[in-house]
Write a protein that binds this ligand. Structure first.
Ligand SMILES: [Fe+2]
Ligand SMILES: [Fe+2]
Length: 408
């Protein structure tokens, strides 16, 4: 047993010695990724938004995605502060959660910056209540936090977290899987890197797309931290990982994908835009659901998943060079000597940097398909690049698609 169990007992005010140095290191890496919404050039987006020739489908898609993610970031920050930050006891774990909560607030401000500059009506902030698919997703997240709040209530009444019963430990694991792997790892991830990036590829809302890549870089760390935390939690509480719980997580995942389908169908309610359809979005969401669950050793539920948008990684690479290498590193590196590659290594580390204390083998050996069998024109991310591409010499798989590929 760890000298500082995740649920205690331990002294939350005693920082060192670390038991989870990876959490501290990841929080430090995030500090080297500091950015501000004002760095984003939104003037072209203002022109796009006011352009009378703008395709109404493009406008609706952009505003709808912005509406959902604005609400999601508020909800995510609030939830992390109100549940996980209380439950987990080691100081270094809580330290990462504090950084995560701050970043969700930054993301909220960033959306508002774009919304305000474009002059999008304030009714955008009501969208989550008026669009059933968005409301259902916000409520699903609330429901999965409710049992954790009950555990916190019991702790306040005098029963410490390490005395949680089996049902509570399972509810906590279910909530962790949902928030990190589904909410951030699928819902957020695909919306950040999918529809608005495609609009930018079509020449519209490039500032919004750039904003989303900044946010996605933060989210990749949140997901990676969550994967490490979930693995550690399962190692320390193996009795929680029962077949019944796996069935519940499977049902949660299917429900999350159903809601994702309804949401993107609303965003594309007047039909697909060039290069982006509901079916492709959903297949990609399933692809990431398989990837996220597989990364912590859980079953990968979708046989019909595929990555329909291999340009996601390409888009991130181009933007990384533009934003993070040429502009931001020199302005924002707090550590002085770090090059982008160094920050890259810190931020997207493999197992040697962020080990869980145990290894949970995958419950299924099935590989995630990277292309739809019936469609010849779908290519894996790797196939888009030349054989000797230096990026893939360093990373076996795109860091943007898979923040902690080495942990799998
Ligand atoms: Fe966020
Ligand atoms: Fe996040």
């Amino acid at each position: 047993m760890s000298p500082k169990p995740l649920l205690g007992p331990c002294d939350s005010y005693q920082l060192e010695p670390f038991a989870y140095e990876w959490a501290w290191t990841m929080a430090r890496a995030q500090e080297n990724n500091n950015w501000a919404p004002e760095e984003i050039a939104v003037a072209p987006d203002v022109a796009d938004y006011k352009d009378p020739t703008l395709d109404p489908k493009h406008k609706h898609l952009f505003v709808s995605v912005m509406a959902q993610l604005t609400t999601f970031d508020i909800e995510r920050g609030d939830d992390a502060a109100e549940t996980f930050l209380s439950v987990f006891q080691p100081a270094e774990i809580r330290h990462f959660f504090k950084r995560l909560v701050w970043e969700e607030g930054l993301h909220t401000r960033s959306y508002r910056y774009v919304i305000e500059n474009l002059g999008i009506p304030l009714s955008i902030y009501d969208t989550w209540k008026t669009v059933p698919a968005m409301k259902a997703r916000v409520e699903m997240a609330q429901q999965l936090s409710e049992p954790v709040l009950q555990s916190i209530k019991r702790q306040i009444e005098g029963r410490p977290y390490h005395q949680m019963d089996l049902a509570e430990k399972q509810a906590l694991l279910r909530s962790l899987v949902f928030w990190f792997l589904i909410f951030e790892g699928v819902w957020f991830w695909v919306s950040l890197l999918g529809p608005v990036q495609q609009l930018a590829r079509l020449g519209r809302f490039k500032g919004g797309a750039e904003q989303f890549t900044y946010i996605a870089r933060d989210e990749s760390q949140h997901i990676g931290f969550g994967q490490a935390l979930i693995r550690e939690y399962m190692v320390q509480n193996p009795e929680a990982v029962t077949d019944d719980l796996l069935a519940t997580i499977l049902a949660d995942t299917h429900r999350a994908i159903d809601l994702e389908s309804e949401y993107i169908a609303y965003c594309l309610k007047d039909g697909p835009i060039l290069g982006y359809s509901v079916n492709e979005h959903v297949a990609t969401a399933k692809f990431f659901a398989n990837m996220r669950l597989g990364a912590v050793g859980l079953p990968q539920p979708f046989d019909d998943a595929y990555h329909a948008f291999p340009w996601m990684a390409e888009q991130m690479e181009i933007r990384k060079e533009k934003n993070f290498f040429e502009t931001r590193v020199t302005e924002y590196q707090a550590g002085g000597a770090l090059s982008f590659d160094d920050a890259d290594e810190e931020g997207m580390a493999g197992p040697e940097e962020f080990p869980a204390t145990g290894v949970i083998p995958p419950r299924t050996a099935r590989e995630v398909p990277t292309e739809a069998p019936a469609e010849d024109d779908k290519k894996s991310v790797r196939e888009l690049f030349p054989e000797d591409d230096p990026y893939f010499q360093k990373h076996e798989q795109s860091q943007w698609d898979d923040p902690l590929a080495g942990l799998k």
